[in-house]
Design a protein around this ligand. Structure first.
Ligand SMILES: NC(=O)c1ccc[n+]([C@@H]2O[C@H](COP(=O)([O-])OP(=O)(O)OC[C@H]3O[C@@H](n4cnc5c(N)ncnc54)[C@H](O)[C@@H]3O)[C@@H](O)[C@H]2O)c1
Ligand SMILES: O=P(O)(O)OC[C@H]1O[C@H](O[C@H]2[C@H](O)[C@@H](O)[C@@H](O)O[C@@H]2CO)[C@H](O)[C@@H](O)[C@@H]1O
Ligand SMILES: [Mn+2]
Length: 442
């Protein structure tokens, strides 16, 4: 079996130890010879890298490990780039969330004006990674998790149409684990699903077990009573209050269309007033992440570094990581696994824009993906998706053209924003906050 060389871009990410662990735990199905971390912030990456160096030496001394901020070193001799960068880091996420809230509009990492602002920062960062990969390892694949995945995917479709990038999301994975649990199954891998939508904006239409039995009635009963709450995922990561609220609120989201199971992110589009009422403009999810996940990850890194051993580490391979390893294995070993990817529609959803980037099941193998045909989607979903895909396309056009007008239109069109005047106030604040990251808008 061939052994692979991988670079994790965004080495300083809070998710890096989980991905590294998952790679080590799965060496039998996805053999690795080399693992590198790359980040453009040396100080941020160093503790994560030093702790992982110790962990890798103990768990897999045969894997060559290194970390760098030099793109040539990072991207030379690699088969895969696993990308999870956050351009602007949590400091900018906090502003993405807090600026809209000043104007009574929800503040969220990937939805509404916050997601648009983040998209305007991410596009350049991802294109830069793709260009490094193309220059130093042109045959490599990029598995991209960096958000907002919908906008990043549209930008790469427009600007790097021939690049070997697969854009993916793990929210459906976590929710499928919960649905498997509702049905008394051990894992989502015992289910076969049909799903359609945009990233963070989709629905399950059919869910079967391995024998083709319909699981939707059981899942619907649970959703009607509890949403995604009271169903556990093997990956019990979401312990903070805001995630619990999202899983409970899915009950109301489900009731808007009881024929389908909604992605939990639809809460932000269908109940934005509720979200604003339940937000604290002084303490948003970014603060929660800094106080919990970021603090815990870096404390654990320093503990490992100080002790010189990773024995008894609290780091664990998580859902986020499992999907990325599944995807890499599908490409490396041509497994033809069925997975949800964010891909050009091109007729898969028959009554939807062929040039939209949609999230649908695909068969993944050595030569990339083949899409599963969805057919026609219902009017409710189609209407919502047309509005949202127009927002995403306007953001990318605004970035390409440096157009203030188009970005104003994008924010105005978002279902989370009440009027063009509110959109303009938010935009003007976001421009000021993002002056080090966005192209100049005219
Ligand atoms: N697609 C999904 O379902 C999914 C799930 C979880 C997280 N994510 C995404 O993963 C990313 C990381 O999340 P996090 O909370 O760990 O963030 P984080 O801030 O802890 O880590 C991001 C890292 O990216 C680095 N970085 C920023 N710009 C860079 C650039 N241009 N080149 C190289 N490195 C750069 C930062 O220095 C930082 O170390 C985010 O984009 C997040 O939205 C996606
Ligand atoms: O607010 P955050 O930073 O905790 O999470 C935002 C991300 O949420 C989703 O990813 C989850 C994933 O669903 C779960 O299984 C586990 O791996 O944690 C992830 C992060 O909490 C979403 O899909 C991402 O796009 C968001 O960035
Ligand atoms: Mn996601």
């Amino acid at each position: 079996m061939k052994k692979y060389s991988i670079v994790i871009a965004g080495g300083g990410s809070t998710f890096t130890p989980g991905v590294a662990l998952m790679l080590l735990d799965n060496k039998d199905r996805f053999p690795i010879r080399q693992l590198k971390f790359y980040d453009n912030d040396e100080k941020r990456q160093e503790p994560i890298a030093k702790a992982c160096e110790i962990l890798i030496k103990e768990k897999a001394p045969d894997v060559a490990f290194s970390y760098t901020t030099n793109p040539e070193e990072a991207f030379t001799d690699i088969d895969f780039c696993m990308a999870h960068i956050r351009v602007g880091k949590y400091a900018m996420r906090e502003l993405d969330e807090k600026i809209p809230l000043k104007y009574g509009v929800l503040g969220q990492e990937t939805c509404g004006p916050g997601g648009i602002a983040y998209g305007m920062r991410s596009i350049g960062g991802i294109l830069e990674l793709l260009d490094y990969m193309e220059q130093y390892s042109p045959d490599a694949w990029m598995l991209n998790y960096s958000n907002p995945a919908a906008i990043v995917a549209e930008a790469t479709r427009r600007l790097r149409p021939d690049s070997k990038i697969l854009n993916i999301c793990d929210m459906p994975i976590d929710l499928e684990e919960k649905m498997a649990n509702m049905c008394g199954l051990k894992s989502r891998k015992e289910m076969s699903v049909r799903y359609f939508g945009l990233n963070h904006f989709g629905w399950w239409s059919h869910i079967y077990d391995k024998d083709g039995n319909d699981l939707m009635p059981t899942i619907k009963k649970h959703m009607e009573q509890h949403g995604f709450a009271l169903a556990t995922s093997e990956f019990n990561q979401h312990v903070e209050p805001s995630w619990n609220d999202t899983f409970v609120k899915a009950r109301d989201v489900y009731k808007v269309d009881p024929e389908h199971i909604p992605n939990s992110y639809l809460k932000y589009y269908l109940f934005p007033d509720y979200v604003v009422e339940h937000s604290n403009p002084e303490y948003t999810r970014a603060n929660e992440v800094m106080d919990y996940r970021e603090k815990n990850v870096f404390e654990e890194c320093h503990r490992i570094i100080d002790k010189g051993t990773a024995e008894g580490t609290t780091f664990e391979a998580d859902a986020h990581a499992s999907y990325i390893v599944d995807l890499a294995t599908a490409i490396a070993e041509n497994t033809k696994e069925r997975m949800l990817l964010i891909v050009p529609n091109e007729g898969s959803i028959a009554n939807f824009d062929p040039e939209a980037m949609v999230e649908i099941p695909c068969i993944v193998g050595k030569n990339g993906f083949e899409k599963i045909t969805i057919g026609n989607i219902p009017r409710f979903q189609k209407g919502l998706m047309e509005q949202q895909v127009a927002v995403e396309k306007l953001v990318v056009e605004a970035w390409i053209e440096g157009s203030y007008q188009k970005l104003w239109q994008a924010i105005t069109l978002s279902k989370t924003v009440p009027s063009a005047s509110v959109a303009k106030q938010i935009l003007d604040d976001l421009i000021e906050a993002n002056k080090d990251y966005w192209p100049e808008l005219k």
